[in-house]
Design a protein around this ligand. Structure first.
Ligand code: COA
Length: 241
């Protein structure tokens, strides 16, 4: 009998919390060939991963970062690929999650510092210069963008986007689908609800209810995030675990 085939694994990033989804044998399919897709592609390359193709229904270019762009996901065997949805908008990213995809990969840029006591869900990306500290929990299909910091014991639910240079102090929680704007600061222990938007450069001192848009220093309520309500209804119709 043949010896079982061993998968060679290397660390993605500087940490050693290796999971099967971090294997360099992975061939990533990236859904979304825009600017965010290009940044994720470079993170995969730097981490030693492979890219099979992009899929983008709307991008009319032939290539992104030198890789081909397919218009239709039905033309490849999704169940055999490691998939990542490279769309920056949280509600759109949630709506694109597909049941028939078996594996959503995790991308960790080699220049991110990620605690071995943290956890990251499938489909999430961690960009260059990010620091994720002890016991932080990151959900599925999240974007932890360039040079943001997620301190100890933070809980980030699925489909969250933490924009570049934002800082979450210890014990902050962020509800599903919320967007933390560029350079926002959230002080320790604050709870941000689901499908909220925190304006760029804001300082959040108090809990933020679901579907709120807040901004400023200190952050104040601006309006309800109606768009995300609609998008979430769409996404609930196609749930994925
Ligand atoms: C918060 C935000 C979503 C509000 O957008 P909007 O709903 O279109 O709001 P408006 O531009 O109509 O502004 C409404 C009011 O809030 C104020 N405001 C908007 N954004 C603000 C911010 N970031 N900080 C402080 N005040 C802000 C406006 O000055 C305006 O005040 P006024 O009524 O006194 O004139 C948006 O301004 C923002 O900050 N987006 C984040 C962008 C980002 O981080 N991108 C990163 C991509 S990776």
């Amino acid at each position: 009998m043949d010896a079982p085939r061993r998968r060679v694994q290397r660390t993605f990033g500087y940490t050693k919390n290796i999971k099967m989804t971090d294997s360099i044998e992975m061939n990533f399919v990236l859904m979304g060939a825009g600017g965010h897709g290009a940044v994720v592609a470079e993170a995969i390359e730097l981490a030693g991963g492979q890219i099979t193709t992009f899929i983008d229904h709307y991008n009319s270019q032939e290539q992104c970062c030198g890789y081909g762009i397919l218009r239709d996901e039905n033309s490849i065997a999704l169940s055999d690929s490691t998939y990542i949805i490279t769309i920056g908008d949280n509600a759109t990213r949630k709506a694109r999650v597909m049941e028939k995809v078996r594996t959503y990969g995790i991308v960790k840029h080699p220049g991110a510092s990620i605690s071995k006591r943290s956890s990251i869900g499938g489909g999430s990306v961690v960009m260059a210069g990010v620091c994720i500290n002890a016991n932080a929990q990151i959900g599925k299909h999240c974007i932890i963008n360039t040079s943001s910091t997620i301190d100890h014991d933070c809980i980030i639910e699925n489909y969250v986007h933490v924009a570049p240079s934002s800082a979450l102090a210890g014990g902050v929680s962020i509800g599903e689908g919320s967007f933390i704007g560029l350079g926002a600061f959230i002080i320790q222990g604050v709870k941000i609800g689901k499908w909220c938007i925190i304006g760029a450069g804001s300082v959040v001192l108090k809990d933020v209810p679901d579907f709120s848009i807040v901004a400023g220093v200190p952050a104040k309520f601006i309006r309800i995030n109606e768009r995300s309500n609609e998008e979430e209804d769409l996404a609930i119709a196609t749930p994925h675990e």
